[in-house]
Write a protein of this length. Structure first.
Length: 131
């Protein structure tokens, strides 16, 4: 009844077919992760866009994050695409133990990109509609 809770506008993947397809929609919660857990692949570019009509905010929750260096990152945009406001980019092991952020937006765009060199564990997280 009414507006949908949280809509995945599109998951867009380049590289292997299996890259970044690990997301499941459970009404208000979408799980996301790098293209492979326990050492992601090189040269990956993955995109997710989320729309939560009428939401007070969207929560980005990183359960675990570790990249080899600053060339492998998860970019967070407030809006519909990479032309939107870049809120933050995550890399390294600063968020190895996780964290969450309540973003005052009803549209969120994520981009995961890696270079052609060494890799690490990657990230796991979720996107949650709030309010």
């Amino acid at each position: 009844e009414g507006l949908p809770h949280l809509v995945i506008i599109f998951p867009l993947v380049s590289g292997l077919v299996s890259a970044c397809t690990n997301h499941n929609l459970f009404h208000q919660l979408v799980y996301i992760e790098s293209d492979s857990w326990e050492f992601y692949n090189n040269n990956r570019y993955c995109y997710w866009s989320f729309y939560a009509p009428g939401a007070r905010y969207i929560r980005l929750h990183l359960y675990h994050m570790r990249t080899y260096d600053s060339n492998d990152r998860l970019y967070v945009y407030l809006g519909t695409n990479t032309g939107s406001y870049l809120w933050h980019s995550f890399y390294g092991d600063s968020w190895e133990t996780g964290g969450y952020w309540d973003l005052e937006t009803d549209m969120l765009h994520l981009r995961w990109s890696t270079n052609g060199y060494d890799t690490e564990i990657g990230f796991r997280g979720s996107v949650i509609r709030q309010g």
